[in-house]
Design a protein around this ligand. Structure first.
Ligand code: UDP
Length: 240
């Protein structure tokens, strides 16, 4: 089942269902694009028709943020739970270690993907990481990056280039990359590398992860103005 939040398609799935779908995608070996929608992404899509189009064509868009879950419920949809992208990636990596799925880490500042990969290998023993590449590159570097990913034949491509760059990049190159599951994972490598802390569980439980982020990364304040604008837009949209 799907719903729309300010026009952006969101799949109504639980965490278990999302991971099950990712594993089906891996088995089916088609080139699938997965996005994790939060309020910031939905607001970006309001003024960025290219991002909106990419999300519309994505094969799975999980309700990553508390704001998106709230909005969908406010509109009367039975969204069972938040499917945080970070947690979904962890569950997928755990399955990858058990099932032998090949994983490629792409994105983040130089050294971050390596560190995230090291952590992943400690947490998920036996994880098969087939490639690592930082997320800072020029147009001239792109063919080499695409070739490296293709040649490594990953089952899962984690792309941490930030929103909306990662979604657009993956959508543009989906066919040539030829990877069963490509996911835009935003700042997940920074968290796995220990560079950025995630909110404690109690804060996540009461939907305050955004507040933790604001306090820990005040440089995000400007972009986080999207959150109150999101709430107003959702309420206004329901009235009309
Ligand atoms: N990044 C990157 N290449 C770029 C721009 C950003 O690899 O050209 C990385 C950046 O180092 C960071 C991640 O993308 O690790 C974006 O993290 P953020 O927390 O901003 O994610 P978002 O909120 O956009 O999902």
């Amino acid at each position: 089942m799907q719903t729309r939040v300010l026009g952006v398609k969101v799949d109504v799935v639980t965490m278990d269902k999302a991971v099950e779908m990712l594993e089906t995608f891996i088995a089916e070996k088609k080139n699938r694009l997965v996005a994790t929608a939060n309020a910031e992404m939905v607001m970006t899509a309001q003024n960025d028709s290219h991002l909106a189009e990419v999300l519309d064509q994505a094969d799975l868009v999980v309700p990553d943020g508390a704001g998106v879950v709230w909005a969908a419920r406010y509109q009367g949809n039975q969204v069972p739970e938040r499917v945080a992208g970070y947690d979904m990636v962890q569950q997928l990596l755990a399955r990858a270690a058990v099932c032998g799925y090949r994983v490629y880490f792409f994105g983040g500042a130089p050294g971050i993907a390596e560190q995230a990969c090291k952590t992943a290998k400690e947490w998920y023993s036996g994880l098969d990481v087939v490639g690592i590449r930082n997320g800072f590159f020029t147009d001239a570097d792109e063919p080499g990056i695409i070739e490296d990913i293709r040649a490594s034949k990953p089952d899962i491509l984690l792309a941490a280039l930030g929103v909306p760059k990662q979604e657009k990049w993956l959508a543009k190159h989906l066919t040539e990359l030829n990877v069963p599951v490509s996911i835009g994972v935003g700042g997940s490598f920074d968290v796995m590398a220990g560079n950025v802390k995630r909110a404690p569980l109690w804060m996540r439980r009461i939907s305050l992860e955004w507040l933790f982020r604001l306090v820990m990364q005040p440089q995000r304040a400007l972009r986080m103005l999207a959150l109150p604008r999101f709430v107003v837009a959702v309420i206004t949209a329901k009235k009309h």
